[in-house]
Design a protein around this ligand. Structure first.
Ligand code: ADE
Length: 268
């Protein structure tokens, strides 16, 4: 009996210190301190939402293998940040923020949770959100980046029986001292046409180790996770990310308006 009790205690203890399983290592998590909102990102999930890239002059980063390259000044994390989920139980969801898109119930997620927490902590004011909401309402159909034309250069004969043509996909970048936000037009994966994708780009020099100190230049360890803090210094960057969704497409604009209105109405 005593042995069984000790075994249960041991297993409970082991589960606390066990290394992150695949699923929870890849999970982006958002936690709050007294004066910051902390995002934990996976560093080696190269097929997922967070990728390590090398900075290039033209702003189109080159993907790198994080465990084979010393990640430092030349590198940044490209995070395809989300703002909604169908699952209110997700660790980075904010179930109080509920809205409908095309008849489906959605809950705030990732970006929504960061903004919600920043308002709760007083890092962003309700006035900031009211101002942003008013600015999003003023964007008209022709302004959305998704409606920019994608150019196909005239086809030329490559001389070997093949025709050569070039597709030019626009990209829009807002750069701040703490990171940048990009809107990239991409071919839709399961439909015809183009969609605007929003990426948060964080220089490795702004990234923290799990102990909260700046991460030193080094190759990524297996399943390494890292931190990025939103605080008083970079809330303008956070508003730039919100705004990027607002100018990306009509759908993103409508969704983000519902999320900001939800945050304003929600008790904190
Ligand atoms: N929908 C939710 N997150 C998105 C993102 N980062 N880019 C495009 N669409 C999205």
């Amino acid at each position: 009996m005593r042995a069984a009790f000790l075994l249960i205690l041991f297993c409970l203890g082991a589960s606390q210190i066990a290394p992150a399983t695949d699923a929870n290592y890849k999970q982006v998590t958002i936690t709050s301190g007294t004066n910051y909102v902390r995002v934990r990102l996976p560093l080696t999930d190269v097929t997922g939402k967070v990728r390590v890239k090398e900075i290039t002059a033209a702003g189109f980063g080159i993907p790198v293998a994080p465990s084979k390259t010393a990640l430092g000044e030349k590198n940044y994390l490209e995070w395809q940040i989300g703002y909604d989920t169908s699952n209110p139980e997700s660790p980075s969801a904010v179930p109080q923020i509920k809205f409908t898109r095309k008849g489906e119930t959605k809950y705030g997620h990732e970006l929504a949770k960061i903004v919600f927490e920043c308002v709760r902590l007083g890092l962003l004011t309700t006035n900031d959100l009211i101002h942003e909401l008013a600015s999003l309402k003023q964007i008209t159909a022709a302004d959305f980046e998704e409606s920019r034309p994608v150019q196909i250069e005239a086809t030329t004969n490559a001389g070997n029986g093949f025709q050569s043509s070039v597709e030019r996909l626009p990209q829009f970048t807002k750069t701040t001292p703490h990171g940048s936000v990009q809107i990239q037009l991409k071919q839709k994966q399961r439909a015809v046409g183009y969609q605007a994708m929003v990426y948060v780009c964080i220089p490795m020099t702004e990234i923290l180790s799990l102990d909260g100190t700046p991460r030193q230049s080094a190759k990524a360890k297996s399943k390494e996770t890292v931190l990025y803090d939103f605080n008083r210094a970079n809330t303008p960057f956070l508003l730039d990310i919100v705004h990027a969704f607002g100018i990306a497409s009509q759908q993103h604009n409508e969704d983000i308006q519902k999320i900001l209105a939800g945050i304003l109405e929600s008790p904190r």
